[in-house]
Design a protein around this ligand. Structure first.
Ligand code: AMP
Length: 501
């Protein structure tokens, strides 16, 4: 049997009868039970014609069974293709047309609508709680022994479509080896062990909840309190029985608004991890004041898994995404791929066993995003400080060029966020006849604050070169965010494209 991700999960479960999943209100599910359930699902996949290398598209709500389906795909050698539960049938048509899955597993409720949009696709269903639907029904009659497919670390384990905040969504091809190496690295970096219990409130269709959270737990033999979604009551109920939480910044800002967050509730915890979107330095500080814990911020993306992390032991710097993980090379380069001097702002490029194999059926796009020496061009702009910590200053697309001068939104956002009365901000460039792009600030005020555009601009006067000053400051109720908490700047650019015309 070849070495692969699932084999490593089995080997890591040194206490197979120990609880792996702890769904609130239900009986715990041990590692051995989870692997057996995955075997039954794998039989169903094979019965429906799935062969090694075939894609299995999955759009289901979060449940233990959704996770078993991921494990079943690994066991059958299939390529797991999870899809955001928010996608509409017409959006799904793109992914299905592109990936050509052998099988599509969807929710019972969405089955009819999806089937109309995708008449040529074979379906199985799984109910929202995972206990019924045709997949569950067929699996009930199957054996819990399964002869795993002979796939190796070089074979594809998953295709994850990028969240598509810039242009058409691309299928990132991740191998068993990509996923295993990153899970193993994070286990070491974050001191994971079989004693850990993770609060899991992230979605299972995104790299954060699926690979960072679940794979790290699986290679560590750690348990997971699997919550169907982020819910403050459920999170606070889970904390006393947990040791680690992984979240997007929104989890932390929402928890901070809840009076239940205090040192006592966080006493059992040894680690809070944040990623997928920038954590405000202010949130980091507030969290530390309230709980005594410094949130550990890390940086990664669908294509690369995790690249950098603040240290477990050592300074966790607010506003920084930390140091390169062991085995991962990070460099800051100019447009031609030449490494820049320390302290300069440029493109973040990464290389390592964590980096994906390319975009599914897009060889030109793949070639365009890799340097000849194997570094992947992330599209994120950053700078490395004198202590080697990486700071992200925006996306390549975010870069504003106004009057021919480069302006990094993050620099302005950081200043705005520090102003009294400002809850958070986002800065974008909007089409401008004179300047090409006009720097535009969007601000969410703190509750009850009475701050004006003039006050904001005055406050920036001494801190920011004139050419970087926002041409307009707009006050909004909230910033548009996707499910992973990322501010959707492309949407803001589209909505306000005529502001200066
Ligand atoms: P995704 O592929 O959906 O995980 O999105 C990856 C992108 O999220 C990265 O390229 C970054 O732009 C952003 N990102 C992830 N983690 C962080 C972080 N800690 N701080 C700032 N941006 C982040």
């Amino acid at each position: 049997m070849a070495d692969n991700l699932f084999q490593r999960f089995v080997q890591s479960a040194t206490e197979p009868d120990k609880a792996f999943l702890l769904p609130p209100g239900c009986a715990p599910i041990s590692f051995i039970q989870a692997f057996a359930a995955a075997a039954r699902f794998a039989h169903v996949l094979v019965r429906h014609g799935v062969q090694p290398g075939d894609r299995v598209a999955v759009q289901v709500e979060k449940s233990p069974e959704a996770l078993f389906l991921y494990l079943a795909c690994l066991r059958a050698g299939a390529v797991y293709l999870p899809l955001n539960t928010g996608y509409t049938p017409s959006e799904l048509a793109y992914f299905v047309g592109d990936a050509e899955p052998r099988l599509f597993v969807c929710g019972e409720k969405s089955r009819a609508a999806i089937a109309v949009a995708l008449p040529a696709t074979e379906f199985l269903t799984l109910s929202d709680d995972g206990t019924s639907g045709s997949l569950a029904a067929e699996a009930a009659a199957c054996s819990s022994d399964f002869a795993d497919a002979d796939v190796s670390m070089d074979d594809l384990a998953s295709i994850l479509y990028t969240s598509g905040t810039t242009g058409r969504s691309k299928g990132a091809m991740l191998t068993h080896g990509n996923l295993f190496s990153n899970a193993q690295t994070l286990k070491g970096a974050w001191h994971f062990s079989g004693k850990d219990v993770l609060v899991h409130a992230l979605p299972l269709f995104h790299i954060h909840g699926l690979f960072v959270a679940s794979n790290v737990s699986l290679v560590s033999g750690a348990g997971m309190i699997l919550l169907p979604k982020f819910d403050l009551d459920a999170i606070f109920a889970a904390l006393p029985g947990a040791s680690v939480m992984m979240g997007v910044p929104t989890f932390y800002t929402r928890m901070l608004q809840d009076p239940r967050l205090n040192q006592d509730r966080a006493r059992h915890m040894r680690l809070f991890v944040s990623g997928s979107a920038p954590l405000l330095a202010d949130t980091h500080r507030q969290w530390q004041d309230r709980t005594g814990h410094a949130i550990l911020e890390r940086y990664g993306m669908t294509e690369t898994n995790m690249n950098t992390s603040n240290p477990y032991d050592g300074a966790r710097i607010p506003g920084s995404v930390g140091l390169p993980l062991p085995g991962v090379e990070v460099r800051i380069a100019d447009k031609g791929g030449q490494t820049l001097a320390q302290g300069d702002i440029g493109m973040i490029e990464v290389r390592g066993p964590n980096v994906f194999k390319g975009y599914w059926r897009m060889p030109e796009k793949t070639a365009a995003e890799f340097r000849p020496d194997g570094f992947f061009i992330t599209g994120d702009l950053g700078t490395v400080d004198a202590n080697g910590y990486l700071h992200i200053v925006g996306r390549d697309k975010d870069l504003i060029i106004s009057g021919g001068l480069n302006i990094y939104p993050k620099e302005i956002e950081s200043l705005l966020d520090e102003l009294p009365g400002v809850e958070e901000s986002a800065v974008v460039g909007l089409p401008h006849n004179d300047f090409g792009e006009g720097v535009t600030a969007f601000i969410v005020k703190k509750q009850g604050a009475a701050i004006t555009e003039k006050q904001v601009l005055n406050a920036l006067d001494e801190k920011l070169a004139r050419f970087k000053h926002p041409k307009r400051v707009m006050f909004v109720e909230q910033l548009p965010r996707n499910t992973m908490g990322k501010v959707q700047k492309s949407l803001m650019r589209e909505t306000f494209k005529a502001l200066y015309s």
